[in-house]
Design a protein around this ligand. Structure first.
Ligand code: AGP
Length: 369
């Protein structure tokens, strides 16, 4: 097992650090930047059916559901296809309205999650075209769906999903770009710019990983907090949910993720000098609005841990801790902002002496409902 961990103390840490390579493995062979092309057999072979869908319905659980939420923004922005994102466990029992014009996308690292599998079977019965985004090659969901795309993240052993999340977002971004290009909803120059930016992600993730020491300091400071709030807006709202899930599942600290603007509709009541609030406040995407949310937290004496774009000075004035990520176009920020949140939960769990790779009560793949 020590050999499999490749010198890291835990699989989770190894998998966090594998992300630069995992992401490039996901787009390698698919993204041909010089030719301005994206090749994805599962999409190419079914282009008319997928691109002409009236609606995408994404079904998933847990972290994969969070990747689906990010994909909702991406598909709507780039390919102008309406998207609904559903918990597979709710969708399958809701008598949902599904038609032959819908494409149902299942996202699943393991490809074995029982509820996601049942949702796909239901969608097929109702005549929808189904598409699987799985990591495990030959898994049940990848076999059950009409077409699909693998994430190629390599084996993920840690129960807390890390590289599966970022590679799911990568593959769904490629899919959206490909559809946008086919439909003409993205200009050639924008398409090219996206490809170039995506190609720079691995190097930028490496850069983001360098905050590890600072994050350990933050972890030591807040590890005994009983609660923690995570806030983000737009593309980074699902990242806030994912950050909170990571903390809950491996450190057993109660955490909640919220869209930052929703704070004043309830969660703000929780904020006092004991409450750490992790806020994603990167430059692109509602920056000024998030800054005003940070001011609201500060005036209630909450402790602010901000994830910001490199060089940010405005938030530094307000926050207790500032963790920088490199600059990138807005739709790709989740691939960077999620990195410090993974590391934060990891270090808190280690400092609390928890079983990081196999947290209590959890299984890597939930094959029963
Ligand atoms: C994430 O850290 C989880 N352990 C869990 O939420 C997981 O993402 C979920 O069970 C879905 O699994 P899947 O991607 O294999 O379908």
């Amino acid at each position: 097992e020590q050999i499999e961990k490749g010198g890291y103390e835990h699989f989770m840490l190894k998998e966090i650090h594998e992300q630069p390579n995992a992401i490039s493995d996901t787009y390698r062979g698919r993204m041909l930047v010089d030719q301005g092309l994206i090749r994805m057999a599962g999409v190419d072979d079914n282009m008319e059916r997928i691109a002409n869908a009236k609606r995408f319905i994404i079904v998933a659980c847990g972290t994969s559901w969070h990747a689906g939420l990010v994909a909702e923004y991406i598909f709507e922005d780039i390919a102008r296809i309406p998207v609904e994102v559903e918990y597979a466990s709710e969708f399958r029992y809701r008598n949902p309205v599904i038609s032959e014009n819908d494409v149902v996308i299942a996202i699943s690292q393991s490809g074995e999650t029982a509820d996601t599998m049942a949702a796909i079977k239901l969608a097929k019965e109702k005549g929808a075209f189904t598409f699987g985004v799985c990591n495990v090659v030959g898994s049940s969901i990848s076999r059950e769906t009409h077409a699909g795309a693998y994430t190629h993240a390599g084996p993920e052993i840690g129960v807390a999903s890390t590289k599966a999340f970022t590679t799911q977002i990568t593959v769904l971004t490629l899919m959206a770009l490909k559809l946008g290009k086919f439909k003409g909803t993205i200009s050639h120059s924008d398409f090219q710019f996206h490809l170039q930016e995506l190609e720079r992600i691995p190097e930028k993730v490496r850069e983001a990983l360098k905050s590890d020491e600072l994050i350990q300091e933050v972890a030591a400071k807040y590890k005994d907090a009983p609660n923690c709030l995570y806030l983000g807006r737009g593309y980074n709202f699902p990242v806030a949910l994912e950050g909170a899930l990571k903390l809950k599942e491996i450190s057993y600290i109660h955490a909640e993720g919220y869209p930052a603007a929703e704070m004043k509709h309830g969660p703000i009541a929780l904020i006092d000098e004991q409450m750490p609030v992790v806020v994603i406040a990167t430059k692109r995407g509602h920056y000024e609005k998030v800054v005003s949310n940070i001011q609201e937290i500060k005036s209630r004496k909450g402790k602010i841990i901000a994830i910001v774009t490199e060089g940010d000075e405005e938030v530094r004035e307000l926050a207790d801790y500032v963790i920088e990520v490199p600059e990138i176009m807005e739709s790709l920020t989740p691939l960077l902002t999620t990195i410090p949140l993974q590391l934060l939960s990891y270090h808190i769990a280690v400092m609390l002496g928890k079983n990081v790779d196999q947290p209590r009560n959890l299984a890597k793949s939930v094959t029963v409902e």
